[in-house]
Design a protein around this ligand. Structure first.
Ligand SMILES: Cc1cc2nc3c(=O)[nH]c(=O)nc-3n(C[C@H](O)[C@H](O)[C@H](O)COP(=O)(O)OP(=O)(O)OC[C@H]3O[C@@H](n4cnc5c(N)ncnc54)[C@H](O)[C@@H]3O)c2cc1C
Length: 384
């Protein structure tokens, strides 16, 4: 079980709070409105060690427990959720290598990932396959000491600015069951690997979402994670719990950020001779938003604690992800309404939270799928 000294954790949180206040908050509108890659902020994230937040100290990371990591994500997301995607997707790549890679793979890749020297993400989705990942068409064919990869990935976070991805492919497209023919590779950019286009989005700006095209892309066989074919689907599923805790933490951040903005505004704005927070209709909204944000935080910490104990926590992570992302959506909508016309203005921060929130309902498994996973696990545990 991973642990952190409470004094070290408090110091880390204070450092993150200071950084968000001094470096992120003053510049977020400028980057977000231009949908510009925040190069300076990424450099600062490297210095803070965020690209190695959950990588073990043995391999140059901070080795943080999920509870500490989740609270860092909450703090940043309360101001600007999108930048947490720059290190979170990258940490999913690192997790796959640390958990399922061979020792030489860990020694080679993890220190470079942890320092941010090599940055990237997780490339699973294809134009025809998102939720139904076993329907992917990308193939890797063995050719002596190499694999030759062909196909297209889409919606890949960090796809343009990143340089290395955990790439899910079919090494045996005819396999039955389908998952037994799937493998996961460490795929650095090189000949045969090109970026198709940058995808334009409603929100989640500044982090690039790209289409990645592979045409006779050749990599050495030692880039197959674990160096055994057919384990890719299980390896991807093995990272889902931490991935969902991370998206839940982003939802908590947005839900709390939206609440804070609404509370501040409702205390300042007067109508009919008093601050609008004193009108019962607005007070009821604030009461509901505060309760949702707190419940989302507690569910997320509950899942993170289970993860840190090494317990099975697919149901807990699913509940946290589902509830916190819906809380983000509802709180950002209500906060925007409390801001009246100013909620619709690009001069106020709430419009960004309102545009960013829906992604948390889609990423790391849609909320439709989360409820199915929760129900299945709930039924199984109820029998025991
Ligand atoms: C901004 C952004 C960033 C992303 N980053 C990444 C990334 O870094 N790497 C990556 O690999 N992918 C990434 N994705 C892709 C994301 O993971 C997928 O969009 C997601 O898994 C859903 O897949 P889909 O869009 O193909 O929807 P579909 O699978 O086509 O689903 C469409 C709808 O049907 C529902 N549905 C599907 N199957 C079922 C079922 N069996 N039962 C009930 N409902 C069902 C879904 O919930 C959804 O509402 C990103 C997406 C976005 C928008």
């Amino acid at each position: 079980m991973r642990k952190i000294d409470p004094a070290d954790e408090a110091q880390l949180f204070a450092t993150i709070d200071r950084w968000v206040e001094r470096e992120v908050a003053p510049r977020v509108k400028e980057f977000d409105h231009a949908d510009r890659w925040p190069a300076e902020i990424v450099e600062q994230m490297k210095e803070l060690g965020l690209f190695g937040a959950t990588v073990s100290q043995d391999y140059g990371g901070l080795g943080l427990p999920a509870t500490t990591y989740a609270q860092i994500v909450m703090k940043i997301s309360a101001v600007w959720m999108a930048i947490t995607g720059i290190f979170n997707s990258h940490l999913m790549l690192a997790l796959a290598v640390e958990k399922f890679g061979t020792e030489p793979q860990r020694r080679h890749w993890l220190p470079r990932f942890a320092s941010g020297e090599i940055r990237g993400g997780l490339a699973l989705t294809e134009p025809n396959a998102g939720t139904d990942l076993q329907a992917i068409r990308m193939t890797a064919r063995r050719d002596k000491g190499d694999y030759v990869i062909n196909g297209t990935k889409t919606w890949i976070s960090n796809g343009i600015e990143g340089s290395c991805f955990a790439l899910l492919v079919k090494t045996n497209p005819e396999a039955s069951p389908r998952y037994s023919g799937m493998s996961l590779f460490i795929a650095p950019k090189g000949p045969g690997f090109t970026v198709g286009r940058k995808l334009e989005k409603l929100g989640y700006h500044s982090i690039d979402s790209g289409e990645l095209v592979f045409q006779d892309y050749r990599i050495p066989a030692d880039h197959l994670i674990g160096e055994v074919e057919g384990r890719g689907f299980t390896q991807v599923a093995g990272g889902l719990e931490l991935g969902r805790i991370n998206v839940a933490a982003r939802g908590v951040g947005i839900a709390e950020g939206a609440l804070r903005l609404a509370t501040d505004y409702a205390q300042l704005r007067h109508t009919f001779g008093k601050p609008i927070i004193e009108h019962q209709a607005i007070a009821l909204k604030i009461g509901e938003m505060a309760t949702r944000a707190r419940a989302a935080r507690l569910l997320t910490l509950d899942a993170a604690q289970a993860f840190d104990r090494g317990d099975r926590c697919d149901m807990e992570a699913g509940m946290a992800k589902y509830f916190a992302s819906e809380a983000a959506l509802e709180n950002s909508t209500e906060s925007m309404r409390i801001h009246g016309a100013y909620g619709y203005s690009k001069e106020y921060d709430i419009e960004r939270l309102y545009r960013d929130a829906p992604l948390t309902c889609i990423g790391e498994g849609t909320n439709e799928m989360q409820r199915l996973i929760i129900a299945r696990q709930w039924a199984r545990r109820s029998q025991a």
